[in-house]
Write a protein that binds this ligand. Structure first.
Ligand SMILES: *[C@@H]1O[C@H](CO)[C@@H](O)[C@H](O)[C@H]1NC(C)=O
Ligand SMILES: *[C@@H]1O[C@H](CO)[C@@H](O)[C@H](O)[C@H]1NC(C)=O
Ligand SMILES: *[C@@H]1O[C@H](CO)[C@@H](O)[C@H](O)[C@H]1NC(C)=O
Length: 870
């Protein structure tokens, strides 16, 4: 069974991918050289961005090596954005050199590393150097240590070098200081680039009139951020194959300003100095500014900070585009780099001469003894501008090689991100994963297993929110896709106290969590809930009451959970939830916006989930029934959220209270797992369980957990199995009013399956609408989840894969294309997906249309409760 799974996953990827790759871009750059080498693979393969990679096995690749071997990774981390180029690698046990034929001129070199275990070699044993021309790109590099420190599964290193001849050598050398060291690489990109970095001399900050000439140098790209905007993938960058990340993880302090986006009417007008190659439209059409209140703005710096390697000089490139004002001296600000003035009185209109015209400015800064690079903006009060404000659209930071041609820094020092891990953390290197059995899951395209603070390679969902015209034709940048970083979802013109958190030294919340999410005053909360008006109560739980409320002057709907202040229990769960949620973020986890702990209150503010709980869409309400496909998609989403909790972070996080009221649905019916109040970080490598007081909800409780008070991630799997049957049968997990043998859904469903009469108990609304193969797969999956012993239950990743498979079976039968006579199911699906790009694309479009119609059917409702809708 293992092999077909892998192929199936590959096919699913390439289908999803072709769809993205179709987006044609006008003015796209066409590089003279564009080499994408998929090391350790043969033939051509396409990655999840639709880019085509060439294998280095069996082709005409010039590789000089004494000992090298192509290998496949044994474990596929769910956070990998694509199997290509990460699931294959080439391993070198002695110095080896690739030679590429190139056209002279500047090139990007990108190296991709996925530190997994390859043919019984441990990822932690790999230490090596990479050199090209006279430059050292990496020295004694450990991809495993780097990945662990960044809590990423893979590493991309990007360099710019000027090739002066027709060939480019890249040499990999295992480190001599580690006896069994080997080198490896998963992918190499060599791509011609336009002359966008080398042109000017750059002023060195902190030295009067000192310019540095960077033309002969090589750079390493350290950070590339779309400030106030969203993730831009390599395929979306005008042919230049750069990736832009969002800036929130790098913001410092509580004063993080507000995000804004150009209105639809405003089109970006490139100039001759700053072209579409400098940065794409999406970078210039979104920005972060300080906010509408001049008094607040005068008292803080809008600040970002970046980890860098000591003893190097960095080029900081700032991208600006005025989207709001037309005149000079309307918005004027100072720019500080590492606490020194890099630019006084920056006036974008002064530079660009007009609104919507992009400009960029480069500054050089030395990081001699500090490993943090600070970028700060503050209004130039002395210039008396019309608005006391500052704004930034994008930032890139490049390291310049030193006098010896070196660009390599030391390996980072790993630091655990989660507080008080239950297990010891001595040996949980990422290679720990690789010892596990082969797990292939289909959902990798969507999940981002990256922890918040350092989230750097996050697959942020590209979802534009263009809504609600504000003053001056501006639209609000309500970035609901990033709510964990709290205060960024404000709207222009609202009364926002962006820095209210600064004065608060919190007693319950660690300073890290406090920095990561927003602090609300009790006054704001009282206003937002009309003084806790009972008519706004959404629900009452063990923790307290949940209200629907408004923040930012009524521009954002939120869910506000107010704890019963007298409960001691509450304090701990309050803390846990803030700590957990402020560091974890995932499309399928509910987002914490902020908290309030004034006057001994314990109040949590979450993104509002317009469609409420999964349960209320299943039974005991008058909501229209969900279709089977919707239910499958919701289960898949929830499974993905749980899978992320179990495997995405350094420590396994066990939810402990998985049930249909803890699976919430947003306005598009995307499932989000909520309620982490009971969560515990799970066992480390040497523990198989965590002993704990039994908590959770009856009807969902893992019998093993109940008997032995032992908690494992398989306890969540059990509860999720109950959820699956609940979704199928549309009845509560426990229903005491039924005959004794039917009270517990888990027992009753298993009983009916054994008797072969499961059909008799499924939701009557679904009768005849479920493809039999799909039902079989779904029920078998649920059944396995309910195995008596944790050991016999599948991991969440396997559950996810099986549910996705079930969805494929359902979809192919609904399309009427699958050979229904094919009992195994898989080959039919296989052929169909294999049957090529056009089919795949049609499938995707069909799905999107269906989404749209889902929306319309619920439109009235979501508009009623979420006036800001879309
Ligand atoms: C690259 O190197 C060549 C040869 O030294 C030089 O003529 C050219 O100006 C350089 N290009 C850039 C962009 O630095
Ligand atoms: C940086 O340079 C200083 C002085 O040249 C040296 O003492 C120090 O060890 C260097 N630090 C690193 C991290 O290389
Ligand atoms: C802003 O940063 C500059 C440079 O570090 C510093 O001198 C100034 O005091 C800061 N201003 C505020 C209000 O924090």
């Amino acid at each position: 069974m293992a092999m077909p799974r892998i192929f199936l996953v590959l096919i699913l990827y390439s289908v999803a991918l072709r769809f993205k790759g179709l987006v044609a871009q006008k003015d796209a750059y066409v590089p003279v050289d564009s080499i994408l080498l998929n090391c350790g693979s043969s033939g051509d393969e396409t990655d999840s961005d639709g880019r085509k990679w060439k294998g280095d096995v069996g082709g005409k690749i010039d590789l000089t090596s004494q000992s090298d071997v192509p290998v496949k990774a044994q474990y596929q981390d769910p956070s990998l954005p694509s199997t290509v180029p990460y699931m294959s690698a080439r391993i070198f046990s002695s110095e080896s050199t690739y030679t590429f034929q190139v056209t002279p001129g500047p090139h990007w070199i990108r190296l991709h590393f996925y530190p997994a275990s390859y043919s019984s070699l441990a990822a932690s044993d790999s230490f090596f150097s990479v050199t090209t021309g006279g430059f050292t790109l990496l020295h004694n590099f450990s991809a495993a240590i780097t990945a662990q420190a960044l809590t990423q599964s893979y590493i991309i290193k990007e360099y710019s070098v000027n090739c002066t001849t027709n060939s480019l050598n890249i040499t990999f050398s295992p480190s001599a200081d580690h006896p069994s060291a080997y080198a490896f690489v998963n992918g190499i990109e060599i791509i011609s680039m336009p002359d966008i970095y080398y042109s000017d001399d750059v002023r060195l900050v902190g030295f009067e009139d000192q310019l540095i000439d960077i033309s002969g140098n090589s750079f390493q790209m350290m950070y590339r951020l779309n400030v106030g905007g969203q993730f831009i993938s390599a395929a979306e960058d005008s042919g230049l194959s750069r990736t832009w990340y969002d800036d929130t993880p790098y913001l410092y302090g509580a004063g993080i300003g507000i995000t804004t986006a150009a209105s639809k009417k405003l089109s970006i007008q490139y100039s001759t100095d700053t072209t579409i190659y400098t940065a794409p439209v999406d970078v210039y059409s979104t920005a972060r500014s300080m906010g509408p209140d001049p008094k607040i703005n005068q008292n803080y710096n809008l600040t970002w900070n970046f980890q860098v390697d000591k003893n190097f000089t960095y080029i900081v490139r700032l991208h600006f585009c005025e989207l709001q004002y037309n005149e000079v001296n309307q918005r004027v600000f100072d720019i500080y780099l590492n606490n020194q003035t890099a630019q006084e009185s920056a006036d974008i209109i002064g530079w660009a001469s007009s609104k919507a015209v992009p400009v960029h400015k480069d500054y050089a800064v030395m990081a001699s003894d500090a490993d943090t690079l600070w970028v700060a903006l503050h209004p130039s009060v002395g210039m008396k501008p019309e608005y006391l404000d500052a704004v930034l659209n994008g930032i890139e930071i490049f390291k310049i090689n030193d006098a010896t041609g070196n660009l390599a820094g030391p390996n980072p020092i790993p630091s655990p991100l989660l507080p008080d891990p239950v297990a010891d953390d001595s040996d949980s290197s990422p290679s720990g994963n690789s010892g596990k059995k082969l797990h292939v899951i289909g959902g990798a395209a969507g999940s981002a297993a990256v922890l918040g603070a350092l989230a750097f390679c996050v697959a942020v969902y590209y979802r534009k929110k263009r809504e609600g015209l504000g003053p001056d034709g501006m639209t609000s940048g309500a970035s609901a896709w990033l709510p964990l970083y709290g205060g960024n979802s404000h709207t222009m013109g609202s009364k926002v106290s962006t820095i209210s958190g600064r004065s608060c030294t919190s007693s319950h919340v660690s300073s890290m969590a406090a920095n990561l999410c927003r602090h609300f005053t009790f006054q704001e909360i009282k206003q937002g809930t009309k003084n806790f008006n009972e008519s706004l109560v959404l629900g009452v739980g063990g923790f307290g009451k949940v209200y629907v409320g408004e923040i930012d002057g009524g521009t954002q709907k939120v869910a506000i959970k107010r704890a019963n202040p007298s409960s001691e229990q509450g304090v701990h769960e309050f803390q846990t939830e803030i700590e957990m949620l402020s560091k974890l973020r995932h499309r399928h986890l509910v987002s914490l916006i902020g908290y309030c702990e004034d006057d001994n209150e314990m109040i949590l503010v979450y993104d509002y989930m317009a469609q409420g709980t999964l349960r209320e869409h299943l039974y005991k309400s008058n909501k229209p029934p969900l279709s089977w496909k919707q239910r499958l998609e919701i289960c898949i989403g929830a499974a993905r959220g749980l899978h992320y909790l179990h495997t995405g972070a350094k420590y396994t996080i066990i939810h402990r209270d998985v049930k249909t009221t803890n699976i919430l649905l947003d306005d598009k019916f995307v499932a989000k797992v909520s309620d982490f109040g009971l969560s515990k970080t799970g066992p480390g490598l040497d523990h198989t369980h965590v002993s704990t007081v039994v908590k959770g909800s009856f009807g969902y409780l893992d019998p093993e957990y109940f008997r032995r008070q032992q908690l494992t991630d398989k306890s969540d799997v059990y509860s999720f199995g109950v959820v699956l049957f609940e979704v199928l049968c549309a009845r509560p997990a426990l229903n005491p009013s039924l005959p004794k043998e039917q009270v517990s859904l888990a027992d009753w469903a298993l009983h009916c399956m054994k008797k072969g009469v499961l059909e008799d108990i499924i939701d009557p609304q679904l009768k005849g609408k479920i493809n039999p193969e799909c039902l079989k797969k779904f029920a078998e999956t649920a059944q396995k989840c309910l195995s008596d012993h944790g050991m016999d239950r599948p991991a969440m990743g396997d559950v996810l894969w099986n549910l996705e498979f079930a969805l494929q079976l359902q979809e192919s039968s609904e399309d009427g294309k699958a050979s229904t006579t094919d009992k195994s199911g898989a080959p039919g699906l296989f052929n169909e997906l294999n049957n090529h790009s056009s089919d795949g694309v049609v499938g995707v479009e069909a799905m999107m249309n269906e989404d749209a119609s889902t929306l319309t059917s619920t439109e009235v409702f979501s508009q009623l409760i979420s006036p800001k809708g879309r």
